[in-house]
Design a protein around this ligand. Structure first.
Ligand code: 6GU
Length: 226
């Protein structure tokens, strides 16, 4: 899968997408991330990308022309399955959306800044508006990094058996069960005996039960019991 990210702060995206599983996905040729510095498409001598808000009010708005120039260039190069805009008034990101996005071949992410982007860009180009939660970030870059990470790890072949997404929290609308590693006793606390039993069926049952308990206790909304 290929992501093209349009941003005024490419530096903010470089580190988070260059480690661990994201790095491995790129090395395997399964994930490509291309950063596009919006400033390169800015207007005039000062490469302006934002301007005051019509109608008054505090805060700048991202002008349409630089965004359109960058988008038109990308859209002329290949077909995109999604043009995503990261915004607090978008649809809240969840595992279901991540699963859907992971089936795409090419996606653009526009990172919002200041008061946001001119509404006409949303009308003309954007078909996915995504928020990562009910709080406000100072820019869309961290949200874009979260989208690429959460979607990228679902691309077939990115995770191996050990890191399989099948048993993630949320994959079946349940939270993941507790996990333990060595030593079997630490600080006078023993690992649940069933995990040392070698009985795969009992272990699966225990894990499922723990998932249910945990979900009921912490996130009853996921079970429709809110
Ligand atoms: Cl996607 N962008 C910004 N700026 N703030 C957010 C957000 C996105 N999601 C939640 N808050």
């Amino acid at each position: 899968m290929r992501f093209d990210i349009i941003t005024v702060l490419p530096e903010l995206l470089e580190s988070p997408l260059n480690h661990s599983i994201m790095q491995r996905a790129k090395n395997k040729g399964l994930l490509e991330v291309h950063l596009h510095h919006l400033r390169d498409y800015g207007i005039g001598k000062h490469k302006q990308v934002d301007d005051y808000q019509f109608g008054g009010g505090a805060g700048m708005v991202m002008r349409p022309e630089p965004l359109a120039a960058c988008l038109d260039q990308l859209l002329a190069e290949r077909a995109y399955d999604a043009v995503i805009y990261t915004t607090p008034d978008g649809k809240r990101l969840d595992q279901g959306i991540c699963n859907r996005l992971s089936m795409f071949e090419n996606a653009i992410i526009i990172c919002g800044h200041y008061k946001g982007i001119d509404e006409r860009i949303r009308e003309k180009y954007v078909n996915w508006e995504i928020s990562i939660g009910d709080y406000v970030l100072s820019g869309g870059e961290l949200a874009a990094a979260i989208i690429v990470d959460s979607v990228g790890r679902l691309i077939p072949g990115v995770l191996n058996d050990e890191t399989s997404a099948l048993f993630d929290s949320f994959q079946d609308n349940l939270l993941a069960p507790p996990v333990y590693t060595r030593p079997a006793v630490w600080d006078e606390r023993a690992v649940p005996e069933v995990l040392l039993s070698g009985n795969d069926k009992l272990i699966d049952e225990w894990r499922h039960e723990q998932s249910l308990l945990r979900t009921r206790e912490r996130r009853p909304d996921l079970l429709g019991e809110a």
